[in-house]
Each structure stands twice: as structure tokens, then as C-alpha cells.
Write a protein that binds this ligand. Sequence first.
Ligand code: AOS
Ligand code: ZN
Ligand code: ZN
Length: 426
Amino acid sequence: MIPDQRIHDLNQSLLDNHQFQLNYVTDLLGRRQIDAQDVIRQIVDFQVAIPSWALGTGGTRFGRYPAGGEPRSLEEKIEDVGLLHKLNGSSNSISLHIPWDIPQDIAALEQLLREQKLVIDSVNSNTFQDQKDQPYSYKFGSLLNTEEAIRQQAIQHNIDCIGYGKQLGAKTLTVWLADGSNFPGQQHFRQAYQRTADSLASIYEAMPSDWTMLIEYKPYEPHFYSMVIPDWGTSYALCQATGKNAQVLVDLGHHLPNTNIEQIVARLLHFGRLGGFHFNGSSYGDDDLTTGSSKPFQLFLIFNELVDGKLDQLVNNPAVAYMIDASHNTKDPLEDLLQSVDNILTTYAKALIVDRATLREAQQNNDVVKAEETLRDAFLTDVRPLVAEAYRQSGGALQPIAAYRAERVREQLIQRRGKLSVSTGL
Ligand code: AOS
Ligand code: ZN
Ligand code: ZN
């Protein structure tokens, strides 16, 4: 959709300005003994998975305003992610959602994935909605249901998801449960937990040994009195009970206001159980907005823990799966995803330039102000030229959103797919 030559020409027109800014940051970091090229290399290597359900508008239960040109099939979703990846070189994988993305022609999909230089990272199961032709309802829960047959149906759905994932080379199953209760007394808490643990164990047993199961927690919604996995502690306990390839997934919007998410991240790294991330932005709850949009400092503190954990020999945590989980009603979803990735990379770059030796020393000496100033110093450094350079070095656009607009991509998509095409999603 955007020819390489066009990206090259657009970059050419910005190059002079870019080079000036890049030289400045490179020099600035050099004076702090930091090699800018090394930071750029790490940004180039950082990849964030795009969820298939974020490619169309989502929004709220009060209304949905389609952007037009939304992908109508898994093939078109892959094309959209391919486009993002072409623009920023940082979105090389796609998270599938079953049953919204059931793969049909495997050979053709594999071919398309190769062309677009993409892989499938994780498969998300869905036991939060009843599917048509499904014998039993999840109205009163799936893996925790009091009825054995309903639990079996939900277990089988997760096993089917693993099957679909295997066909396309995925190695991760993400389980988010909408199971919970709305009224006091409705559920027996301990039994509900145990049934969930047992169901997860059955799924785990059917999972190949080189797969990872990610267990996501959420404090409320769709249920408002209790959720069976409301917090990281419950996820962690379930992972411990399930097996070594079960890991906790942290969704940034799944915390009560003012929760110290960076500390949760540090705890999970310490225990070697941090499996994945769902990046999004939250002001109140599971808002699924652009990550880093309203709380950039919080995102920085989270990345600071991730980088610190990666550098620490004592941390024995498997590779973390970075994924976006967003849903938009007012933004063009593709523009949002470019913004989200840009926020993630910019924040990552800031965490990479934290003066760790000084920070450790300040912590050791209980120098509160020095420690905080060390973090502020990195956070307030403008690292955007490093991210732009990373885009350029991976063949992308210096300014992905500007390139997307210059090419009138949304208009092209509307022409091809129609104004009313609606993607399957939340
Ligand atoms: C729901 O609140 C969770 O964030 C899920 O991770 C996700 O949005 C859903 O599973 C999409 O399939
Ligand atoms: Zn999520
Ligand atoms: Zn969510």
C-alpha cells in the first residue's frame, strides 16, 4: 500500500532536520558515557505484538463509530499489521482471537505472513461470549462454572485455540476470564477458585511443552462484585499451581486507581513469572486507550523495572511477550497503534538511558532526592530522534503517522473495503 520508494522520499524531505536532532542527542548521551547507537539498536530489536481486535473501532457499549475500511477477514488484518510494521519496523507479530480470527486456508495465510514479515505470537481464547451453535451458555462463568459440562466446553475451546495456534506457529495461549459474580453470596469463593485452577490444569496438560500459558487478571468488569482472577497475586498463585510454563500477564488497565504497577512488575520479575504485557492507557479502569497518553511517567517507571530486571543477573525470568490491547472509538485505529508503539519505544529508550550505577548508589545511601533526580533526568531527556532513527534503520518512516496520512491510507482502505466494513472485535 505504501511503496518503499515513497517512504524513502518522505524520509529524504525530513532528513536534514532529523540528522541535526540526532547529532544533538548522540552528543548529549556521549557526554554521559552512553552510546546512542547502542540504544538505537535495542529500540530496533524491540517488537510489540498488535492485537487483531484493535484494528477496527471498538469503543463502548453506548455506541460504535466505525472508521471505515476496517479489515473484514484475518487476511485483511494481517495486511493492516503488515502496513504498521512497514512504517515502524516494530510490529512484527499479531495476536489472534478465537473465534473472531479462525484461520481457514493455512498455506495462504503462511504465505501472506511471510510476505508481510509477520509472525503470529499468541492466541486469545474467548469464553466471555456465547458463540452461536455453542451448546451451553457462559452466563454464570466458564472455567469456574458449577456445571462440569460447561467447564468442559470452555476447556475444549481453549484446547481448540491451541490447535489453531499450532497451525500458524504460535506458541502462546492467553487466557483472560470474564468469570466472576455480581452479588454477595452468589459464588463460593474457594470452590470457584479451585474449579478455575483445575480447569486451567486440564488446558495446560493439553498444551505442547514449548508453549506458554499467559494468565491475565482484572479487578472488575464484566462482573462488579467479584472476579475469579482479580489481581496479580491470584494469577501468580494459579501459575504456581499450573506449571512452569504458566506466566502472569499484566494488562495496564486492569488495576484499581493508584495501584503501583511498577512494583507488581518488579515482584513478578523477582519470582520469574512475568510472562506478558497488554499495553494500553487507563484513567479509570479498563479504558483501553493509547498507552502512555495520560500517564507517561508511570509507563516510564514500568519500563525502568523491565530494563533493570533485564540487566540483573539475579533475575531469571523468561522473555516477556509485549502486546498492545487497545480499543478505539474516536481515533483511527491504525493511527492509534502507530502512536502506541511510538509511546512504548520512546519510553523504553528513556528507561535504557537511566544512569543505573548512580541510581543504585543513591538507593544504597538512602539518598532519596538523588535517586528520584536520576530517574527524572532520563525521563525528561528528549529521545525521539533515537526512535525516529530506529524506524529509519529498519526501513520504516521517520514519522510513521505523517507517512500514513500523506499516503491517505484510510481513504485507500475505505475505497477497497467500503465505508461500512466493520471488523470483528470488542
Ligand atoms: C479484557 O478485559 C482483557 O483485557 C483481554 O485481554 C482482551 O481485551 C480480550 O481478551 C480480547 O480478546
Ligand atoms: Zn488485556
Ligand atoms: Zn482489558
